[in-house]
Structure formats: structure tokens, C-alpha cells
Ligand binder design. Structure first.
Ligand SMILES: [Zn+2]
Length: 146
């Protein structure tokens, strides 16, 4: 309707102004595209790392399970070895108790910074008397020299 334009008066747009507006619109579009590209890249990076994190968590669970299995296997082997070498029941020389606990191998660091070969311990459950047994000499741990 012609009336719609009568009031303010229809004006020819200044071509320079129109061009400036088009340039501004293109610049805004370009910025929006770049913003979106940055967001997509950041999101993609997180998604990739989420996949790796899930893999690492699965490997960590598997590793923990393998270590638990190694410890349980070692402790059973150490108990069997003690039963064979000490006999089925061994009294503590200090308190006479005949219950002992067995540890997984530990590395002992000396003050000189040298390490002893891995040892496991057998500890009296009553007085805490602890016997250190060289796991390599007992044949329960592979000899690194061989
Ligand atoms: Zn004891």
C-alpha cells in the first residue's frame, strides 16, 4: 500500500550505505561461521578425548585386576612355599603364636640408595615379629640376572 510509505517518505537507499550494510552482514556471517567452527573443533576434541578416556579407564580396570590377580597368586605361592620350608605350623620364636600373615613382595631401599632384591614378609599376627624372605632366592620371583 502506498500509504505505508507516505508518512516517513520512501527514500531511495544510498547505495554506499547499502553496500556497507551488506559488507557488515557478510562480516557478521563470517564471524558466526568462525565461532561455530571453533566450537565444533573444541567439541570434537572433547569427544575424541572422551573416547580415549573411556579406553584408558577400561585399561586401568584391567590393569588393577591383573595386579590383584598377581598379588593373590603370589601370596598363595608364598604360603605354599612357607608350608613346604617351615612346615605346616610354625610358632613365633618370641611369643609362641602360630598365625602369620604374608605380604606381596616389597622393594627395600637402603640408605645408600641401593635396593635389595624383592622380599616378601611373614608377620606374626600376635607380636608383629616380621621375617623378610628374599623372593628371588625363594624362587617365587624371576631372577633379573637370568
Ligand atoms: Zn609373635
Amino acid at each position: 500500500m502506498a500509504e505505508d510509505f507516505a508518512d516517513g517518505g520512501w527514500q531511495e537507499r544510498d547505495p554506499t550505505e547499502q553496500l556497507a550494510e551488506e559488507i557488515e552482514n557478510k562480516r557478521a556471517q563470517q564471524e558466526a561461521m568462525e565461532r561455530r567452527a571453533r566450537l565444533e573443533e573444541a567439541l570434537s576434541r572433547v569427544r575424541t578425548l572422551e573416547g580415549k578416556l573411556a579406553e584408558a579407564e577400561a585399561q586401568s580396570v584391567e590393569w588393577n585386576s591383573a595386579v590383584e590377580d598377581l598379588h593373590a597368586t603370589f601370596i598363595q605361592a608364598a604360603i605354599d612355599w612357607l608350608a613346604e620350608k617351615w612346615g605346616p605350623s610354625r610358632q613365633c620364636p618370641y611369643c609362641g603364636n602360630d598365625e602369620w600373615t604374608v605380604s606381596v613382595p616389597v622393594n627395600l631401599l637402603l640408605e645408600s640408595r641401593e635396593t635389595l632384591p624383592p622380599h616378601f614378609t611373614s608377620t606374626c599376627t600376635n607380636c608383629g615379629n616380621t621375617v623378610f624372605i628374599n623372593a628371588i632366592q625363594a624362587g617365587l620371583f624371576p631372577d633379573p640376572e637370568l
